[in-house]
Each structure stands twice: as structure tokens, then as C-alpha cells.
Design a protein around this ligand. Structure first.
Ligand SMILES: NC(=O)c1ccc[n+]([C@@H]2O[C@H](COP(=O)([O-])OP(=O)(O)OC[C@H]3O[C@@H](n4cnc5c(N)ncnc54)[C@H](O)[C@@H]3O)[C@@H](O)[C@H]2O)c1
Ligand SMILES: O=C(O)C(=O)C[C@]1(C(=O)O)C=C[C@@H](O)C=C1
Length: 308
């Protein structure tokens, strides 16, 4: 428990992985007196009630956001604008609206026009997730030691940003502010393109499976299994990510394809030196990350000799 709640009432809109994790983390740390929740589908609301997700599960957006000091949009990026428009008339003056979408420029463009005068909009993005989705997939430790990027426009009230920062820190996250375009480019490199590569690789293996029976899956090594985990991520969420972060993803994909062609050529021409030099460079990058202590998830294998 923290000393005092950061917000009196928090409203979570869209009760999936991120919102449900936020509820459990908020409750664990006592960051809000009451958390309301709204989901579009009756089935999701029913599940939420059954598992005790949120202090109150509301059947309408109006009820959920009424009197809320913080409203969190935790729906797929493609519907953020429509949801913001629908809830706008019911927002409390002085409230803060935030979102957790994986793409920032487009969310800002879609949501900002619907934010009433006197309500603060502080877009955000926790860099934490799993391949699971829905109200039963959340857990309170999801954000611990993970970055949460806030991308407030310059004119945003600093007090609203500072309060949201305290909220995320209360859930265990490390918070940093970033420009939205920079955010979208960085995430295209670190998250969006890697997901596309995983989807593609699993698709290729699936095609092959028809040829080799079930061998591809049966003998899959750890690296490929990680690909299948990532490729199991929610199709709606990821469709929206690629449609709304189009330019940055295409830019990174273009560079990726160029490098892939260079490696393909090295393999075809038997250029072992080129392959070795490339892999030496990438290994040094990984080791640099570990030595700088920047990989919060990695075990100490890189730095410490493991006892057998
Ligand atoms: N999954 C991750 O790894 C991850 C990580 C960080 C941020 N995000 C972002 O968080 C947001 C939510 O992702 P999630 O993983 O919690 O998804 P999820 O699929 O688990 O949950 C999304 C919820 O939104 C609901 N929803 C969809 N359309 C709606 C609408 N029009 N009105 C109301 N509710 C609607 C769905 O029914 C579902 O309950 C997305 O914008 C995503 O980009 C996801
Ligand atoms: O760990 C995973 O499964 C994730 O894909 C999480 C992940 C990521 O790419 O790191 C996915 C999307 C987000 O917007 C943030 C985090």
C-alpha cells in the first residue's frame, strides 16, 4: 500500500490484458479509492464481474467515466478516437484522460479533438505485455521494472503529467517522457517490426508443415518457439498497430529487407567473412546491453560465470 491514493476514481475503458493488469496493480498498491471498468461486450463485463475485476463494472461508458479523476483508454489503437468521442460528454472537468496504445502519433490525432476544454490528455504507453489478451489475462506484476513512456504535448498541464507519472510509478513502472514521433520510430524498431517478422516466420513454417508433416513444430528449437509465442498475440491489436504506425514500420521494414538481401547474397556466394563480421557486430551489441546493465529482464549470464 502507498500512503494515499493518487486518484480518487480511475475508470478503465476496455477490460483486456493491460486494463486488468492495471486494476490488480492499482488495488495492490492502493493507488485509487475506486476503479470502475467498462467493456463493450456483455460477455467481457460478465467475466470481469465473476473474477472481481474492478470495484464496479459498468454497462455504459457514461457510468464508468462519471466523476472519474483518471480515465484510461485501453482499447485497440484503431478505436481510440471513437471511444473518446463517445465518452467526451460525460468527463468530469479537471479530469485526466490517458491511453495505453502501442502507437502514439495516431492516437493523439484521433483523440485530441474530442477532449473537452478543462480536461487534460496525457497519452502513454507501458512497454510491457504478453501474447495473451482479455480480462482474465492480467496480473499485478506486469509493469514492474518496465518502462512506461508518456508523450504529453508541450501545452499539457505539468501537474497532470506529474500525477500520472506517480500513478505508473506506484504500479512499479519506470517512467520517461518522449516525443510521439520518436516513440513511434523507436517502437517500430523494438516491437512492431519484430512482431511482423515473427508472424511471417510462423506463417512460413506453417506452409512448410504441409510438406514435412508436423516436423516443423515437433522439432522446433527455443528461438522458433519464442516466435510462435509472439505470433500468438492478439490479431486486432496488431492489425491496428501496423495500420496506424504505417510510415515508421515501412521505413524499418525497408531497412530490414536490405540487410536481409545482403545476408542472403553472402550465403549464396559463400562469403563467410561477411557473415562472420555481421554476427560479430550483433553479438557485441547484445554484450554491450548486458554490460551496461540495461537488460532488466536478462539473467546474469552475460556478466557472471554460472556455477554448475
Ligand atoms: N498486449 C500488449 O502486449 C500491449 C502492451 C502495451 C500496450 N498495449 C496496448 O494496449 C491496448 C489494449 O491492449 P490489450 O493487450 O489490453 O488488448 P486486449 O485485447 O486484451 O483488450 C482490449 C479490450 O478492448 C475491448 N474493446 C475493443 N474495442 C472496443 C470498443 N470499441 N469499445 C470498448 N471496448 C473495446 C475488447 O473487447 C477488449 O476487452 C491496445 O491499444 C494495445 O496497443 C498492448
Ligand atoms: O512481451 C510481449 O509479448 C510483448 O509483445 C510486449 C510488447 C513488446 O513488443 O515488447 C508488445 C506491444 C507493446 O506495445 C508493448 C510491449
Amino acid at each position: 500500500m502507498t500512503d494515499a491514493p493518487v486518484y480518487d476514481k480511475v475508470a478503465l475503458i476496455g477490460l483486456g490484458l493491460i486494463a486488468s493488469s492495471m486494476f490488480w496493480a492499482t488495488r495492490r498498491a492502493g493507488l485509487a479509492r475506486v476503479v470502475s471498468g467498462y467493456a463493450r461486450s456483455g460477455e467481457t463485463r460478465e467475466t470481469a464481474r465473476r473474477i472481481g475485476l474492478c470495484h464496479e463494472v459498468c454497462d455504459t461508458l457514461e457510468e464508468a467515466v462519471a466523476d472519474a479523476d483518471l480515465v484510461v483508454l485501453a482499447v485497440p489503437v484503431g478505436v481510440m478516437g471513437a471511444v473518446a468521442m463517445a465518452m467526451a460528454p460525460y468527463l468530469k472537468p479537471g479530469a485526466t484522460v490517458t491511453d495505453v496504445g502501442s502507437v502514439k502519433r495516431r492516437v493523439i490525432e484521433d483523440v485530441t479533438p474530442h477532449i473537452p476544454e478543462g480536461v487534460h490528455f496525457v497519452p502513454g504507453h507501458p512497454l510491457a505485455g504478453t501474447e495473451h489478451s482479455g480480462p482474465e489475462s492480467g496480473f499485478s506484476a506486469l509493469f514492474e521494472n518496465r518502462w512506461c513512456l508518456l508523450v504529453p504535448p508541450e501545452s499539457t498541464d505539468p501537474a497532470a503529467v506529474a500525477r500520472l507519472r506517480r500513478y505508473w510509478e506506484g504500479m512499479g513502472a519506470l517512467v520517461e517522457e518522449m516525443d510521439p514521433d520518436h516513440h513511434d520510430l523507436v517502437l517500430a524498431v523494438t516491437s512492431h517490426t519484430p512482431h511482423l517478422i515473427a508472424y511471417t516466420m510462423v506463417g512460413v513454417a506453417d506452409d512448410l508443415r504441409r510438406v514435412t508433416d508436423s516436423e516443423v513444430i515437433k522439432y522446433s528449437a527455443a528461438g522458433f518457439r519464442d516466435f510462435t509465442r509472439i505470433a500468438a498475440s492478439d490479431p486486432t491489436m496488431w492489425r491496428d498497430v501496423f495500420l496506424t504506425n504505417k510510415d515508421a514500420t515501412l521505413e524499418i521494414l525497408g531497412r530490414f529487407t536490405e540487410e536481409l538481401f545482403a545476408l542472403q547474397r553472402a550465403i549464396r556466394t559463400g562469403d563467410g567473412d561477411a557473415l562472420h563480421a555481421y554476427f560479430t557486430r550483433t553479438r557485441a551489441i547484445r554484450r554491450g546491453i548486458i554490460e551496461a546493465g540495461q537488460d532488466t529482464e536478462a539473467p546474469d549470464f552475460g556478466r557472471v560465470k554460472v556455477e554448475r
